[in-house]
Design a protein around this ligand. Structure first.
Ligand SMILES: C[C@H](O)[C@H](O)[C@H]1CNC2=NC(N)=NC(=O)C2=N1
Length: 220
């Protein structure tokens, strides 16, 4: 798909803006309630929507490594600012946590949600990357992780064999950016609506915290 709508995620300029937009629409609005361990003014709460990263396509046959610590800021944080969040996949491999990147997209009606699903299926074909997708009336929940991925090895242990374990890779980032831009197109023509998740700020902080723990160094 070459004609992606250009520009960064335009769903909302700030969290407050998102709240206002959400309130002015017909969709219900939940004020994010911060849990006790999160400081409302924490620098980790990204209130502005960041420009989405451009990620080159990884050839299908190429070994895909997990994101590294630096990728969390450059690649993951902009998606968190658009209300993507981290989820846990049930099967932990060798005590290594398996994460996914998820977002709930909302639409005007069921027909628009199905049209989004169809366009999403085309992206999955193009990218040869397949997400878990759930259509629930006017909502589409997307969850992506890379099934065949390798844990990075530290420089100090360069003789070690990379561990094969599902996880988050540049394939997921590239895929999520494409899906986000697809949704922007649906917002622009009125087929989609913006919804701020319950506990949006907490989700951002929690997601970043989980990934920082999982990928503590450049070669975590
Ligand atoms: C060869 C082919 O690209 C691979 O089997 C693809 C198919 N789709 C995939 N999708 C996802 N999410 N992860 C993968 O590792 C994956 N592998």
């Amino acid at each position: 798909m070459d004609e992606l709508p250009s520009g960064a995620c335009q769903a909302a300029a700030t969290l407050d803006d998102a709240i206002t937009r959400s309130k002015s629409g017909s969709n219900e609005y939940h004020r994010p309630s911060l849990s006790n361990d999160i400081i409302p003014d924490s620098p980790d709460v990204q209130k502005f929507v960041l420009e989405l990263p451009e990620v080159a396509r990884i050839p299908t046959k190429k070994r895909t490594f997990h994101l590294d610590h630096e990728d969390l800021e450059t690649h993951v944080r902009p998606l968190l600012s658009c209300h993507w969040h981290v989820g846990r996949i049930g099967n932990v491999v060798d005590d290594l946590q398996v994460f996914s990147l998820n977002k709930l997209f909302s639409f005007k009606n069921f027909r628009s949600a199905v049209e989004f699903f169809d366009a999403l299926a085309a992206i999955q074909d193009e990218e040869e990357h397949h997400a878990r997708v759930t259509v629930d009336y006017a909502h589409v929940y997307v969850s992506t992780h890379t099934h065949v991925a390798y844990q990075r090895i530290s420089d100090a242990d360069s003789d070690a064999k990379p561990i094969k374990v599902p996880g988050l890779t540049a394939r997921d980032i590239r895929f999520a950016v494409k899906v986000e831009k697809l949704h922007e197109g649906f917002l622009d023509d009125g087929r989609a609506v913006t919804k701020v998740p319950v506990d949006a700020a907490s989700l951002q902080v929690w997601s970043m915290g989980q990934l920082r723990r999982r990928y503590p160094t450049s070669h975590g």
